[in-house]
Design a protein around this ligand. Structure first.
Ligand SMILES: [Mg+2]
Length: 175
């Protein structure tokens, strides 16, 4: 039997960044302070092998708060993707939201539908890339992540800590 790829694309595992991909150490933005979540690389390889895209959706209000700039976010994301690739794990893309409605910097003072719990980042991925909603899900470490998933019409799973590969392998078995 031959399974043709869906014309609507692959399902996607949307991963929060801080607390899911890397430890949430409080606005992490320097490469030397980044600590990967245990089991994250095998977890991403497992998602890749299951035919899923892997896209990061992360609020980065640190930009709005003036803690670091967008170039820094971009640099860190390139580094993360390269580190993952070196471990044989493919991250397909990063989306981040730099806005916050109480930002000091007026360029970033905005209530954005892309900021979780809004579904904007997920919706943008689904609308602009060959990804399908059916079979997609999100993994987050906060209630606002799960609210974003629900608003986008996909399941959201709360990562309670521990080993990400064990968590993902249970999710894929259940699916
Ligand atoms: Mg988080």
């Amino acid at each position: 039997m031959t399974t043709l790829p869906s014309p609507m694309g692959r399902p996607c595992a949307f991963l929060d960044r801080d607390g899911v991909l890397i430890e949430d150490t409080g606005y992490p933005h320097r490469i030397e302070e980044i600590r990967w979540i245990p089991g994250i690389m095998p977890a991403i390889r497992r998602l890749n092998a299951a035919g899923m895209a892997v896209c990061i959706v992360t609020n980065q209000a640190g930009v709005a708060r003036g803690k670091y700039d967008q170039a820094t976010v971009a640099r860190v994301h390139v580094w993360m993707a390269e580190q993952a690739r070196a471990a044989g794990a493919r991250i397909d893309g990063f989306a981040y939201c730099p806005f916050h409605e109480k930002a000091e910097d007026e360029r970033y003072r905005r209530a954005s539908p892309r900021r979780k719990p809004g579904p904007g980042m997920i919706e943008d991925w689904l609308a602009n890339f060959p990804l399908r909603r059916e079979g997609s899900f999100l993994i987050g470490d906060r209630e606002t992540d799960l609210q974003a998933a629900a608003a986008a019409g996909i399941p959201g799973h709360l990562f309670p800590g521990g080993d990400m590969d064990e968590f993902v392998s249970r999710l894929l078995v259940a699916a």
